[in-house]
Design a protein around this ligand. Sequence first.
Ligand code: 4NP
Length: 171
Amino acid sequence: MNQLSQSSRSSERSPQTGVLFVCLGNICRSPTAEGIFQHLVNIHQLSESIFVDSAGTGSWHIGRPPDARSQRVALQRGYDISHLRARQVSAGDFDDFDYILALDAANLANLEKIRPQHYAGHLGLLLPFAPHLRRREVPDPYGGDEKDFQLVVDLIQEAAEGLLNHIKGRL
Ligand code: 4NP
């Protein structure tokens, strides 16, 4: 998609930029990131230019909605993620997404293993888009409590703003 967007930027309708968030189960962190980032894209009226998705490197939760704790904490902050369903990341995602952003280093390492050599997009971590946080990873909240799920939203909200500003500068 990157190559496409380079070559057809001057045409009347530029192609979309794809953003994929990836965690382990795709039931806690990455659906939260998808919901928060999609909300930002919507309020900036950029949904025709940016499409958003999430996936997990693991397969255990395929087809399931986000964890009830993630849904509740997200809804408290104004993000309804109840419609999302877990899926597993695949090599084909590298054809479809310009940004593939892992929530932690272990998931990034697993994505690096399936990254096709020709991939010209951005494969990396999400939190560096909020450098002031001085954190690189969103901790896995699955075995944790309420405050761990709140932290997930806090960190992702900051990084989502930085990511949108970064992409807006390149549309
Ligand atoms: P997520 O959290 O990667 O943020 O969706 C997890 C969900 C499930 C498991 C681990 C992490 N699990 O081991 O089943």
